[in-house]
Design a protein around this ligand. Structure first.
Ligand code: PEP
Length: 257
């Protein structure tokens, strides 16, 4: 699939931020969503308890809602956990899996991330699978080895009976040292990793891998979005801090308007 045919995705990860009063900020994003119709998909992943409220509010606006994590199982004795089916039931259309904060704070392995991605597919959600190297790994020249290993271990095999991976899989490259720090890799470094990920995706999924969106994440702001999001094989952004304010989130998405 030619790059021009891939519709970018601008996804905001609110992490553990937001209360019901945040509906006003979300509403401001919703009010501008129509401007991006056909040009980019706009998604907010709020805390799980806000998904139903946000999804109901956004219905028909073009702004879509995702989850930040899910359990691998459908249901059961897993206190505090939320299944992919529950996210879908609340109105989510996607779920982030394997975010570096989950990998670190909850010791999530590649195998656990893969099980969660499969759970997303089982529930009819798009799986947004996160990968990225630590600073020490970049400094040791091991970035591609680390990212390649994470992709090999975290990406599920395509199920021919389900949607093509271009529709139900997104990969987010997020260098861990760039998350929330204000630091970003050089455009050349981003281009190198994204081209590498594209190669891995086509190796793994054949032609369908060419249509999988690869997001860049890590300190994306309105001021650097133009540079970062126009790099070849960067098909959108996963945004943390700057997705909390409508003006910043929309200012980043404006690259695609
Ligand atoms: C993130 O955590 O996914 C992220 C990219 O955060 P930030 O934009 O704040 O660096």
């Amino acid at each position: 699939m030619a790059a021009a045919q891939i519709r970018p995705l601008v996804a905001g990860n609110w992490k553990m931020n937001g209360l019901s009063a945040s509906l006003a900020e979300f509403g401001a994003m919703k009010a501008s969503a129509a401007e991006f119709a056909g040009k980019a998909d706009l998604m907010i992943c709020p805390p799980a308890i806000l998904i139903a409220l946000f999804a109901a509010t956004a219905k028909g606006s073009g702004l879509i809602v995702g989850g930040q994590d899910c359990h691998a199982k459908v249901s059961g004795a897993h206190t505090g956990d939320i299944s992919a089916e529950m996210l879908a039931d609340a109105g989510a259309v996607a779920v982030i899996v394997g975010h570096s904060e989950r990998r670190t704070d909850h010791n999530e392995t590649d195998a656990a991330v893969k099980a969660k991605a499969l759970a997303a597919w089982r529930a009819g959600l798009t799986a947004i699978v996160c990968v990225g190297e630590q600073l020490s790994q970049r400094e040791a020249g091991a970035t591609l080895k680390v990212v390649g290993g994470q992709l090999d271990g975290s990406l599920p095999d395509a199920d021919k009976s389900s949607d093509p991976v271009s529709a139900n899989l997104v990969v987010a490259y997020e260098p861990v040292w760039a998350i929330g720090t204000g630091l970003t890799p050089t455009p050349a470094d981003v281009a190198q990793v994204h081209a590498f990920i594209r190669g891995k995706l086509t190796e793994r999924y054949g032609d369908a891998g060419a249509g999988v969106r690869i997001l860049y994440g890590g300190s994306v702001k309105p001021s650097n979005a133009g540079e970062l999001l126009t790099i070849p094989d960067v098909n959108g952004a996963l945004i943390g801090g700057a997705s909390l304010k409508a003006a910043d989130f929309l200012g980043i998405a404006a690259v695609y308007r």
